[in-house]
Design a binder for this molecule. Structure first.
Ligand code: SAH
Length: 354
């Protein structure tokens, strides 16, 4: 934890408690957004010593294969001038590995990062000093095709929740009692805002939606339709809309109560791929996949690349085999994580999408 985080940490729960006492309970999405802005803004949470480990932090092969996937698309699109864009690039590890692999294939694009966290921007600047940073996607270049990567980005964006009580759906809100935050049912909402198939779910059921994710996917799809290029979204998720609460808090590689200690845990929710795909199509992009991460990396040659590296570095054999297993095995990241691609008008169908 940074010094800043240590001195800053007690303030968010107090601030939220005061806001709730004065203004009443707040939507789960508002709680999640405030908690994550604080969480990511004040620390580097990645890696064995942090709270969670992401695919690019497990092995350089992950970013390298994505770089080759992008270079192949660029080559088949006729090698146009373009930009590399990454949403929520963490420590810049994926970008470093992908850019190295792309450069070997002759692709050396300017780099644009969308990142709100000052702590992670500093880490990204150390990894990719020439990048340009953006607070959100609206300021990305408008004059060139974009190759966009978002790994474990959408899961960090806020979700709204509805909860079934008796014969009605209610917005789920966060209340505060003494210093404890807890979810409660707010006012009932009209049935019409709930997808038909879910309306009669059992009492206690929860459904989630992420308007922030939808807005970003629609903005990216519009850009791809107008400017050309492709986006790769890798995350854990499901095909919704569906009943089920996926909001979770992760701290030190274990689970915590998402309503405890806002700002001290990473809050995530599973990504609704089917909804994002539908919205991207509405905004003019073609959608490919999603496919399980294990299949995606398998088709891109993760086994061969692992064997090659192990031959070159025999001492690293066990570590490389373990990384391969974690990234692709169905009981690890191979099945829950999925890769989905969007492409713009006239762009080729990406590799390894089924
Ligand atoms: N892609 C990286 C990091 C994943 S963690 C990896 O795979 O290792 C989520 C990342 O998204 C962090 O960089 C976090 O700071 C960033 N992030 C979270 N919410 C964001 C938002 N609303 N806008 C921009 N970046 C955000």
């Amino acid at each position: 934890m940074t010094k800043d985080a240590a001195s800053f940490e007690p303030l968010l729960p107090e601030r939220l408690a005061r806001a709730i006492t004065l203004g009443g309970p707040i939507p789960v999405a508002q709680f999640m957004a405030a908690a994550n802005a604080h969480y990511y803004g004040s620390r580097d949470p990645l890696g064995a010593a942090g709270d969670f480990v992401t695919a690019p932090e497990i092995s350089q092969i992950f970013g390298e294969l994505i770089g080759l996937w992008l270079a192949d698309l660029w080559d088949r699109a006729g090698r146009p001038e373009l930009c590399y864009v990454e949403l929520g690039p963490g420590r810049g590890t994926l970008a470093t590995d992908a850019l190295r692999a792309m450069a070997k294939a002759g692709l050396t694009p300017p780099v644009h990062f969308v990142e709100t966290s000052p702590a992670l921007r500093a880490a990204q600047e150390a990894a990719v000093p020439d990048a340009q940073w953006h607070e959100d996607v609206t300021t990305l270049p408008t004059d060139l095709p974009l190759l966009i990567v978002a790994n474990e980005f959408f899961d960090a964006l806020p979700v709204y929740q509805l909860v079934r009580r008796g014969a009605a759906w209610h917005e789920r809100l966060v209340a505060c009692q003494d210093t404890m935050f807890l979810p409660i049912a707010g006012k009932p909402v009209p049935d019409e805002i709930v997808p038909k198939a879910l309306r009669d779910a059992a009492p206690g059921s929860i459904i989630e939606s992420s308007p922030a994710s939808v807005a970003i996917v629609r903005a990216l799809a519009k850009r791809l339709a107008a400017q050309g290029g492709a986006a790769l979204i890798v995350d854990y998720g499901y095909d919704g809309p569906a009943v089920g609460e996926t909001l979770q808090a992760v701290k030190r590689h274990g689970f915590a109560n998402p309503f405890d200690a806002p700002g001290a845990h990473d809050l995530t929710a599973h990504v609704d791929f089917a909804t994002l795909a539908g919205m991207a199509e509405l905004s003019g992009a073609a959608v490919h996949g999603p496919v399980p991460q294990g299949d995606f990396l398998g088709l891109l040659g993760i086994a061969e690349r692992t064997a090659m590296l192990a031959r070159a570095h025999p001492d690293r054999g066990p570590e490389l085999a373990e990384a391969h297993r974690r990234l692709t095995h169905p009981s690890e990241m191979g099945a829950l994580f999925r890769a989905m691609a969007l492409t713009g008008t006239g762009w080729p169908v990406p590799a390894a999408m089924g």
